[in-house]
Design a protein around this ligand. Structure first.
Ligand code: ACM
Length: 496
């Protein structure tokens, strides 16, 4: 009732004369809004846009890009008066955008749909941090011109050590998209579980997917589930990268199919958290039939360009076997139209030109990757592993690489990590969440936030623009926003 009478009063005061625009409340200039990741350039102008949230909703945006509008609608902002314009002749990256707000409305201009979507993602934050009153939304006038430093900003979810269902993965996607994370790497198989249906090898999921760490019930995605995740992610600007780890980290497959083992005997399910004890047999032809079927089926339902073949910690695979298997696996990936990504050691096997080496431990592999014509993706454990604890009091997480607080996640420059690498040798960065100690969305939130916004800014924003102290001020505002959304972010000491 009270709200209704306030609305009536506002209506009488401001709307009687037709389109009378209410006076603005106190508001920060556009360039002072706490946007994360920090845009390349923000400039403020006098004036503001008033959006009558009670008014005739989508009146102003009938011609706007469907992808950008769908994203806004997914955040309950379908009423914004948005016009979009695609200009393929712009000499900008596809993800760049120009967002302009004036009293007349909002425009987003970009070279490609990905840029329009990024503009919409920024616009959600502009709205969030501007006055939103019972009279409507007031947006400060100005322009944001933005483009990413790196093309790949990733988040990895380990669904093998503990399994997370489709709904949880969608909630994770909704949490990472606002930070312009544009790749979701799903670690779909490991010693403890196989998490995707392979129709030609049904036992992989049905037998290999039964358990997770500690022997609790596991699960797997049907191919339809996986497609649902892929589509949900795509609508939010995110490309799914599937990983089937090999030749190590394969106990779940070796449990499901006896013939994949060198001795022909099925392995027991594994409920622990050790690594480096399992291997496919590089000298059995059935191994390559298995890899071919798995890569073929998953590639057919993966629109993105990458297939991750793991390759890490294959401690019981003889070196020559490792090289042989990784080379054949990457040939299979190429045959099915994808590019390989692999962890550190795959660099010694010599990946095909155009592949990607994801560095988590040994930066010395970076130059080997470069020599082979590969780009590198930085996921250094002591900076980006979100399963690392914040400090010794963290309720979950591990600390074999480091304790990682917000400043550790933020204060590094991918461009200066390895002498001899230039900016164009670096595809981007990715923040993995391994799930040995992670059992629920609440656990995911606790470890991912607020460190993911810090890493997202490392990947998106140019080094010369980034400064830690002002970032923390912006992050404090995001911490409040995350909590308002019910995201159980960790109360980092940087806020105290
Ligand atoms: C890894 O952490 N074993 C990639």
């Amino acid at each position: 009732m009270r709200l209704l009478s306030l609305c009536c009063l506002a209506f009488l005061l401001f709307s009687c004369g037709g389109d009378a625009i209410p006076p603005a409340p106190a508001m920060a200039p556009l360039a002072d809004l706490p946007i994360i990741p920090l845009p390349f350039e923000m400039s403020s102008r006098d004036g503001y846009l008033w959006v009558d949230t009670d008014g005739d909703a989508a009146a102003g945006n009938s011609g706007a890009d469907a992808g950008a509008m769908d994203y806004l609608r997914s955040r309950d902002l379908g009423m914004l008066p948005l016009a979009t314009s695609l200009d393929p002749s712009l000499t900008l990256p596809n993800e760049a955008y120009l967002l302009d707000i004036s009293a007349e409305g909002i425009t987003i201009t970009a070279k490609a749909a990905a840029g329009l979507l990024n503009g919409a993602i920024t616009l959600v934050q502009v709205v969030e941090f501007s006055p939103n009153t019972e009279r409507g939304i007031f947006l400060p006038a100005g322009t944001i011109t933005d483009q990413p430093r790196y093309a790949y900003r990733g988040f990895m979810l380990d669904v093998a050590r503990h399994f997370f269902g489709v709904d949880t993965v969608k909630q994770v996607i909704d949490r990472i998209a606002p930070y312009k994370i544009n790749h979701l790497h799903l670690h779909l198989s490991d010693d403890q579980g196989w998490r995707i249906e392979i129709k030609s090898w049904p036992g992989l999921a049905e037998i290999g997917g039964r358990f997770e760490v500690d022997g609790t019930p596991g699960g797997y995605y049907t191919q339809e589930d996986y497609t649902e995740i892929v589509n949900y992610a795509a609508a939010r600007g995110i490309t799914v990268v599937p990983e089937i780890d090999m030749p190590g980290h394969t106990n779940a497959a070796l449990n499901a199919y006896a013939e994949l083992n060198g001795d022909g005997k099925a392995r027991d399910p594994y409920f622990g958290t050790k690594v480096g004890f399992s291997t496919l047999d590089a000298n059995k032809e059935v191994t390559y039939e298995f890899i071919d079927d798995v890569v073929r089926e998953i590639s057919a339902i993966t629109p993105g360009p990458y297939f991750h073949i793991g390759g890490d910690e294959s401690s019981v695979t003889p070196h020559d076997d490792y090289v042989k298997l990784i080379r054949r696996a990457q040939d299979i990936v190429l045959k099915h139209g994808k590019k390989s990504i692999g962890w550190d050691e795959v660099a010694v096997a010599g990946l095909a030109e155009g592949s990607v080496v994801q560095l988590w431990n040994h930066t010395e592999y970076a130059l080997k990757a470069k020599e082979a014509g590969n780009k590198v993706l930085f996921s250094l454990a002591k900076r980006t592993y979100l399963d690392m604890q914040y400090d010794s009091l963290s309720r979950i997480g591990l600390h074999w690489a480091a304790y990682i607080e917000v400043d550790d996640a933020y204060n590094w420059d991918p461009g200066t990590l390895v002498d001899g690498l230039t900016e164009k040798d670096i595809l981007g960065i990715e923040a993995p969440l391994w799930s040995e100690t992670v059992r629920s969305l609440e656990d995911i939130d606790y470890l991912v936030f607020p460190r993911l916004p810090a890493l997202a800014e490392v990947g998106w924003s140019y080094q010369m623009k980034r400064q830690y102290a002002p970032f923390v001020e912006r992050l404090k505002v995001h911490q409040g926003w995350l909590k308002e959304q019910g995201i159980g972010t960790y109360d980092s000491r940087v806020f105290r």
